[in-house]
Design a protein around this ligand. Structure first.
Ligand code: AP5
Ligand code: MG
Length: 190
């Protein structure tokens, strides 16, 4: 197994369990969780300039601009905890421009794997409806899922072409999905 810091990208549609599983993975691997959604929600609750800008965009289920997101993530990945302890990226990249930026930061061989947590649309809709975050309205959920198809799904092929894509079945209990994820990550890290 490689001894360099772990660098995993979690892909998967909204409500597929990225945040849930990232929390378990950071504990298991003693690494860092970088969730762009959590960072934006923190900015909203702190009322920062970014938060004020992002709130309406998020509530409508739209994407915050690539420029803003790339800047936030570049800054976060340069911090010593990530440089030393690695990262589980959750919610970034989700556009081709963000994927290019990520490779620019980490280098073309700097990512261990991009894991697609695969959960069908009808199931993610049920999960989000049960959760009730401010952006879990039927309209915003539909918009987020449409943007996922347009902007983020093409990244599966993008990572696939680079030999980095791993697909993990995201159905089942949280513990079952976690075990599959760890097995996939161990395999990718050799
Ligand atoms: P973000 O916070 O990333 O939200 P999202 O994409 O809608 O994804 P979710 O957080 O809803 O899904 P998840 O996969 O984390 O699922 P979870 O673990 O919560 O982004 C929010 C917004 O911020 C975006 O819409 C956009 O505006 C903006 N944004 C963020 N990043 C951006 C970027 N890079 N570029 C531009 N804009 C950006 O699970 C869902 C539910 O299911 C939970 O209730 C959970 O308890 C439950 N659950 C989990 N696992 C299971 C299981 N195995 N069985 C049953 N239930 C389960
Ligand atoms: Mg999440």
């Amino acid at each position: 197994m490689s001894d360099r810091p772990l660098r995993i990208v979690l892909l998967g549609r909204q409500g597929s369990g990225k945040g849930t599983q990232a929390a378990r993975l950071v504990e298991y691997y003693n690494t860092n969780h970088v969730s762009t959604g959590d960072m934006l929600r923190a900015a909203v609750s702190e009322g920062t300039e970014l938060g004020l800008k992002a709130k309406a965009v998020m509530d409508a289920g739209e994407l915050v601009s690539d420029d803003i997101m790339n800047g936030i993530v570049a800054e976060r990945l340069a911090k010593p905890d990530v440089e030393k302890g690695g990262v589980i990226l959750d919610g970034f990249p989700r556009t081709p421009a963000q994927a290019d930026t990520l490779v620019g930061i980490l280098g073309s061989d700097g990512i261990d794997a991009a894991v697609n947590l695969d959960v069908p649309v009808d199931v993610v809709k049920q999960r989000m409806a049960a959760r009730g975050r401010p952006d879990d309205t039927p309209e915003a959920i539909d918009r987020r899922l449409a943007l996922y198809e347009q902007e983020t799904e093409p990244l599966l092929e993008w990572f696939g072409q680079r030999g980095l894509l791993v697909v993990v079945d995201g159905l089942g209990t949280e513990a079952e999905v976690f075990d599959r994820l760890v097995a996939a990550i161990e395999m990718a890290r050799g």
